[in-house]
Design a protein around this ligand. Structure first.
Ligand code: GLC
Length: 686
């Protein structure tokens, strides 16, 4: 092995150059690349002209510093659950590109996201950061997020691979999942993103999967991720997730983070020196890391090609508007009896703005994804900005959202009095920042503090009351029957207050739809008997996660997966579907969507597949396509949704593959998973 100190002119130019470079590197230099230099940087090899690259959190804003709570400059976008609830793939791709520009502006190369873990249980701490209970929606959203990010030369880190579906015992818990459930529910979205967007990195999770830590899980990392799916990027550990030396290298872990080296470094050099590991195993990892360095830095050296700002841009008005758009598009109108919404200025000369979330709506959940933005717009700010002095706005917090802080003296009484006096009342409630968080799961679905009492009392005081909920996961709404209108804001980021005001006042017609089922009670939830488990977490519900469970058990949810109302109505007509097709042929379903109301609006048409007769039990229906369309009043558009072989397949553990059995399938086209507007059958033949 030559250790010629002369550097190669362009060491990362191509794989040949990288191969040449490897020959010149010492073992110590190679091994140094396999661990972080510090918490966020990979190693630098000056002798060979190899720069370090910088990783930073994500996924819905660039932290770029050790503690995201330091008032940063980066845009705080709505969180993952909002990116899925907008069902607008073009919009999410735009957000990915904007996040890339901000990542670059803050001197980083890899943004640690998207988080595509399945929402298995309402109480899991990071649901807000994740996308959905459905692998298809999670996968589609992850694909476009990664494409947007990497289109600007910033690497993604698809996380957390795999089965990180709770925070309790996350660092050592063992997710015990049968093969079919693993494939169909917990890996399917990762597979989609790896195959269709080629993320530059995949982050392995802390937990074990079927007894083996993800960080050294040869089956997950080498056999499935690489050999089966063709992943050619690097596997980076979650921070501190590496537990061993030999097993991790052999198991497929390329980069141990954070640095400095813990189980790699000297221990790895020792393992090679004593022939416990071949140096070739190291070389494979080093090659991948050098390719990542090339991808991250190579683009930065080239002229910016597609009009992006060469040095990136942070919190510019374009990104602020994008954050507002994403918040607008992901707000879900859960209920609107009597069309109390939108509020019309001419009907409301005075508004009672009530609740702890009115003054400072939560913008995100706790943990590594939290970002203190350059500014925040509360709902109160948003309404004042929109209404000016045309409508009298009066504010009473009513109570604290914290379970620890005391509520204002007679706060609820004052809020009730205000509600009496005004023509309408808007009650903003929700979970305070950090109540949902990385590192711990919630103990219940309850709203915190005296918020439920506040809502009940205000509802009694004024029948024209709207409740707006800030939460990244389902919460109990015990007053749901009394509230004529309920809006779900999720965690809408720094522009959330403007977006909520836009929707409440009708400047934006809400179009978001739930990416997670909202259950009536915790006992109805699929994983109720197996959550959070102990060190072993048995995924006893199998493939019946989310709506798959409620459908199969015929349990009525509070609000169904895919539910979301509009200020207008849509009619579905003229569904067209071939009556027969060969297995493997693309199948296209078309239908007409008409806006039969009197305001412009957007509809999300969902296509569910039902396998009428299958050899293995299957869910009643599964989401396999969707489209979001905007229609003016009276306008009709033809919507086309394409289905491929995988759309009809299930994973057969006996055959170790995805199978489509010939027979009858039903296409269910819905405005939600429980609001099916049209259906047709198709026979698939060999
Ligand atoms: C954390 C999170 C992961 C994050 C990483 C770096 O523990 O699990 O999502 O990207 O460490 O902060």
């Amino acid at each position: 092995m030559t250790t010629n100190s002369e550097t190669i002119s362009n060491p990362l130019g191509d794989d040949l150059q990288i191969g040449e470079l490897l020959k010149r590197m010492t073992l110590a230099e190679k091994v140094s690349l396999l661990s972080g230099q510090d918490r966020w940087h990979t190693a630098t090899l000056e002798r060979h002209g190899i720069p370090s690259i910088v990783m930073t959190d994500g996924p819905h804003g660039v932290r770029a510093n050790e503690d995201g709570r330091i008032k940063g400059r980066a845009t705080s976008f709505p969180t993952g659950v909002s990116m899925a609830s907008c069902w607008d793939l073009e919009l999410v791709e735009e957000v990915g590109a904007a996040l890339a520009e901000e990542t670059r502006a803050l001197g980083c190369n890899v943004l640690l996201g998207p988080c595509v873990n399945i929402v298995r249980h309402p109480l899991a701490g990071r649901n807000f950061e994740s996308y959905s209970e459905d692998p298809y929606l999670a996968g589609r959203t992850g694909v476009v997020y990664v494409r947007g990010l990497q289109s600007r030369g910033i690497g993604a880190s698809l996380k957390h691979f795999a089965c990180n579906n709770q925070e309790t015992e996350r660092r050592r818990g063992d997710s015990q999942v049968d093969e079919r459930t693993l494939r169909e529910i917990y890996l399917a979205q990762f597979e989609m993103v790896v195959k269709e967007a080629q993320p530059w990195t995949v982050m392995c999770s802390y937990n074990r999967v079927n007894g083996e830590y993800s960080s050294q899980n040869d089956r997950l990392l080498n056999q499935i991720l690489r050999a089966e799916w063709g992943f050619d990027g690097i596997v980076v550990s979650d921070w501190g997730a590496n537990h061993t030396t030999i097993e991790s290298v052999q198991g497929g872990l390329d980069l141990e983070m954070p640095g400095p080296a813990r189980w790699y470094g000297d221990l790895l050099i020792e393992a090679i020196a004593t022939w416990q590991i071949d140096e070739e195993a190291i070389d494979r990892a080093v090659r991948r890391i050098l390719r990542l360095v090339r991808a991250c830095t190579g683009q930065q050296q080239s002229e910016s090609t597609d009009g992006i700002l060469p040095e990136g841009a942070v919190n510019i008005s374009a990104h602020q508007l994008l954050a507002r758009r994403l918040a607008q598009e992901s707000i879900v109108l859960l209920k609107n009896d009597g069309n109390i919404l939108p509020l019309r200025e001419e009907d409301n000369h005075s508004l009672a703005i009530i609740g702890p979330m009115a003054g400072v709506g939560s913008i995100g959940g706790g943990g590594s994804s939290f970002l203190e933005p350059p500014y925040r717009v509360s709902p109160l700010d948003g309404l004042k900005t929109r209404l000016g002095d045309r409508v009298a706005i009066h504010y009473e917090p009513g109570c604290s959202s914290s379970t620890y802080q005391r509520s204002p003296q007679n706060g609820i009484a004052q809020a009730v009095e205000l509600a009496h006096q005004c023509e309408a009342a808007l009650v903003f409630v929700g979970l305070p920042e950090g109540h949902e968080s990385e590192g711990y799961d919630r103990q219940d679905m309850e709203l915190t503090g005296a918020q439920n009492e506040l809502v009940r009392e205000v509802l009694k005081a004024n029948p024209r009351t709207v409740v707006i909920v800030y939460a990244g996961s389902p919460v109990a709404l015990p007053w749901v029957g009394e509230a004529p209108a309920i809006l779900l804001a999720h965690y809408p980021g720094q522009e959330g207050g403007h977006a909520v005001a836009d929707v409440l006042l009708g400047n934006v017609n809400p179009s978001g739809k739930l990416s997670v089922t909202w259950p009536k009670r915790l006992q109805d939830t699929p994983a109720y008997a197996n959550f959070p488990g102990g060190r072993a977490v048995r995924y006893g519900e199998g493939i019946f996660v989310g709506y798959r469970y409620y459908d199969y058990k015929d349990i009525e949810p509070l609000f169904a997966f895919g539910h979301g109302l509009s200020y207008t109505q849509f009619t579905y007509t003229d569904l067209q579907l071939p009556t027969k097709a060969k297995i493997g042929d693309q199948v296209t379903v078309t239908l007409n969507i008409t806006n039969s109301g009197n305001v412009t609006g957007k509809e999300i048409i969902q296509a569910y597949v039902r396998d009428v007769d299958s050899s293995l039990v299957r869910p009643v229906k599964e989401l396999k396509g969707f489209a979001k369309v905007e229609l003016a009043p009276g306008e009709t558009k033809i919507v086309s949704i394409s289905l491929n072989q995988r759309s009809f397949a299930f994973y057969d553990p006996q055959r170790g593959d995805w199978i489509v059995e010939p027979g009858i399938f039903e296409l269910l086209i819905g405005s939600s998973s429980r609001d099916i507007r049209a259906s047709a059958k198709i026979e698939l033949t060999l």
